[in-house]
Design a protein around this ligand. Structure first.
Ligand SMILES: *Cc1c(COP(=O)(O)O)cnc(C)c1O
Length: 361
């Protein structure tokens, strides 16, 4: 459960809070005092030589949680995803993912630039996985004429979809059909913790359906830096080589891994508080503006407003809310995104609710 420190102000003295509620992203969280102490006290060694005990502890812990043999600490979720894709896909082969996928929209073309990977996408509703999407798109054994699909990437929860949880039965259906076809699967699980807490599905039940999984410690879990890739021992040994090649071989990085271990101990179950606050906000705003927000669409900590039926452009609503101290994010031509996290409490949620209810009524 929540440790005491998480309910205390977490910013350094002298750093005034600019926002009444900062809902821009769950990457904004400040390390709690208890997390900072865990970091300061961490035993460390040179991780390029595999000698950092805190990194090794984090890697074994996350591998076990996700039902895999081994793990690799990475500086960012983007690097963990890029390593996952690099392991499974030869130059000139393709990955397939949904059109809103972070690996294709928000990693700046890295799969193409770093690994010669091409890609195609299937359309989705709010990022939700429907098996016919990947299974209808997958191209196997097409010989010298067509690009071959090597990897399906699934995102859970789905960020730009609005925190959407992927149904386990859909994942399993895609897994069994793609495995038969020799196509591998990677899970972008930046917010898999949120899916686990919202559904009660064990992390390993999700994890086992994939050849590799990336998870972020730096989103809702509140660590300042860090992601972890998991897979077989053989795959992780190869990933270790590619991580160094990508410039991600780090030294006494147990200082950061300690933040991750602390987050696993103290910040997973509390994600339910973020979900409850997002739902409370959604019920109120959806109550006055049902065309903008269907409360049933809010499954975890992310809320997407659809402004297409209103007079608002996303940037205008962001500015108007910002003038009242509520920071939000303009997403695309008609969307505004709000993300709940460790540093948004009940009072901030109430303030954001009042402001958005007024603006959207
Ligand atoms: C944040 C995020 C990542 C990784 O982002 P980094 O900023 O590189 O750590 C990957 N996938 C999803 C869905 C994300 O939201």
């Amino acid at each position: 459960m929540t440790d005491v420190a998480t309910s205390e102000p977490t910013q350094d003295a002298g750093m005034p809070r600019r926002w009444v509620a900062d809902l821009l992203s769950d990457t904004l969280t400040q390390p709690t005092p208890a997390m900072r102490r865990a970091m300061a006290d961490a035993p460390v060694g040179d991780d390029v030589f595999g000698e950092d005990p805190t990194v090794n502890a984090l890697e074994s812990r996350v591998a076990a949680l996700l039902g895999h043999e081994a793990a690799l600490f990475a500086p960012t979720g983007s690097m963990a995803n890029q390593l996952g894709m690099r392991l499974h896909v030869e130059h000139g082969q393709e990955i397939i993912a949904d059109t809103l996928a972070h690996v294709l929209r928000a990693e700046l073309g890295a799969a193409a630039v770093l690994s010669g990977i091409s890609s195609r996408t299937w359309a989705s509703e709010r990022g939700r996985l429907v098996p016919s999407g990947p299974l209808g798109l997958m191209s196997v054994g097409a010989g010298p004429y067509q690009v071959g699909t090597a990897l399906i990437v699934v995102e859970n929860t789905h960020n730009f979809g609005g925190g959407t949880i992927q149904p386990l039965d859909a994942i399993r259906e895609v897994r069994s059909a793609s495995r038969e076809a020799g196509v591998r699967m990677h899970l972008d699980g930046a917010r898999l913790w949120n899916a686990h807490v919202a559904t009660g599905v064990p992390l390993s039940d999700y994890g086992r359906e994939f050849d590799t999984v990336s998870v972020c410690l730096s989103k809702g879990l509140g660590a300042p830096v860090g992601s972890v890739l998991v897979g077989s021992a053989e795959l992780m040994a190869r990933a270790r080589i590619w991580r160094k090649r990508f410039g991600g071989g780090m030294r006494q990085v147990g200082i950061l891994a300690a933040a991750g271990l602390h987050a696993l101990d103290h910040h997973i179950e509390r994600l339910a508080e973020d979900h409850a606050r997002a739902a409370r906000f959604a019920a109120a705003v959806g109550g006055v503006a049902p065309a903008v927000l269907d409360p049933a669409s809010v499954e975890t900590n992310i809320v997407m407003l659809d402004l297409s039926s209103t007079r608002w452009a996303p940037a205008e609503l962001v500015d108007a809310a910002g003038a009242h101290g509520i920071r939000t994010y303009a997403a695309g031509r008609t969307g505004v995104r709000l993300v709940w996290h460790l540093d948004v409490d009940d009072a901030a949620t109430d303030a954001a609710t009042d402001v958005l209810v007024d603006l959207l009524r």
